[in-house]
Each structure stands twice: as structure tokens, then as C-alpha cells.
Design a protein around this ligand. Sequence first.
Ligand SMILES: [Zn+2]
Length: 282
Amino acid sequence: MRFLAVGAHQDDNEFGCGGLAAKLVAAGHEVRFLSLCNGCGGHHIMTPEETTARRGRESAAVAKYLGITYDVWDIDDCTIMPDLETRMRLIRYIRTYNPDVIIAHRTNDYHADHRAAAQLVQDAVYILTVPHTCPDVPAMREMPIILYYEDRFKYPPFNPTYVISIDDVVDKKFYACHLNESQVYEWLPYTFLQTVPEGEEARLAWLKGEDPATMTDETILAHSREDGYAIRFAQTAARFRAELIARYGKEKGTAVCYAEAFELGEYGKQPNEEEAAILAAL
Ligand SMILES: [Zn+2]
């Protein structure tokens, strides 16, 4: 199957589905990440032009490392609009790649870019199958399946359909985050008033932060997301423990430390038996 993750920003894909991407590639599926924004706003010292160029190099490194393709559009950070022109651009782009599954934001979110990206995907999906709209690119015969990235918004709540263990690929996910160095070691620590150590090994250890392996779910959930990416990825497993047990059985589901969660979107295609089996086997 062909999977397309449409993040507003480059790290949305790595944080939201970096583990899933690694699992899909290992299982022989094709994965592409798209970032609608160019990353220009994500730095406090470099100019927007320097930041865009550096973010592009970081995304290329992620693509090479994960064995995926990665496209970055030229929209400046914090300026995505769910307008007709961008919708048509996205329709042409999605039709050309022809994915079976699109991973997207939900439309309730704190960030205007996430909301706009979510709206653009939602506005595009049905029209992907309408031949007389954007007739220069052949229409798809079916809509793709839509999966939402996990979020923490409650009105309406994120209601996961697939909660998958990423224990087998979590080191790959950490490293994909590590490759976004201008974000995880410069910009985000600047916004959270954090100090980052020098040297690759020390930085990677700092990025992971506290080890959740021996913590209870309650303790993991009581931690701040800023206590490290290990805690952050473990919080998904702790938050959706019941779903993990339902999926993997009591023993294996209880033992899962790191997870990613996705909600099946109502407006896209609903998986057929074969697709449901592939998604269930991840
Ligand atoms: Zn984002």
C-alpha cells in the first residue's frame, strides 16, 4: 500500500507517524511525507531563508534514513490558508502520488497551520474522484483511507482506531527526531527555556530523556511532555493501554512501552477487508 502523511510542518510527520513509517517500510509498503510549510519560522537566530534551507536538508536526511520520500512545499510557516488555489494544488499532488492512505491532522487543533492542513485534506479528498475538477491530472477511482495523527484535544475527543506498538522501531523514531536538529536541539529548547548538551551521543540521550521502561502508566502520564521524547512516546501507550490490550492481548499489550495512535477518518474511504487486515497487522 501507499501511505502519504500530510503534515503542516516537517516534524509533525516524524513525531506523529515516524514509528509507523519505519514499520510500513519494513513491511514493504511505500511511504511519503509531505510538509506543506517550508519551516522558515522555526528558528530564533538563523534567518528564515537559512532556516528553510537547513530544514530542507534535515528532511532529506530523514527520508534517506527511513527509506521514504519527503516533499516540502514552499508555503511559509504560519501562513497556510485552506483556499481554493491550495486545495487544487493538493488535489493534483495527491492524484499524482495516488495513495491508498493519507495521514492528516484533525481540524480541531491549537495551530492555525495544522487546522488549515487538516481542512485542505478534508476539502480535497472527495474531489480527488471528480474528473472535471483539475482535469489535467486523472481523477482517482476511489478516495484514500484517512487516518488522523494523535492529538490531545477533547472537544471532540481523539478516538483511536489503531494503536500500534512501536517498540521494535522506537530507536529509528528517536533518530529521525534527532535528524531534525535545528528543531529538537535549537528551536524547541529555545521555546521551552531548555539547555541542551554538546556532542551527538549526549544530545541523543538528552532527547530521549527519562526512561519510562520501569514506570507505571500513571507515573508516565503524570510527567510533562517536555521531560523527553521517550516519555512522550510512552504516554501514547499509557493513554491507550486498554486499546493496546484489545489489539495484542493481555500479556503483550500490557508490556508495550511505546506506541502511536491513529483515528480512522469518517470522510475518507472505509478500509475493505484486505486493507483492514494490513492495518490490523502493523
Ligand atoms: Zn506542526
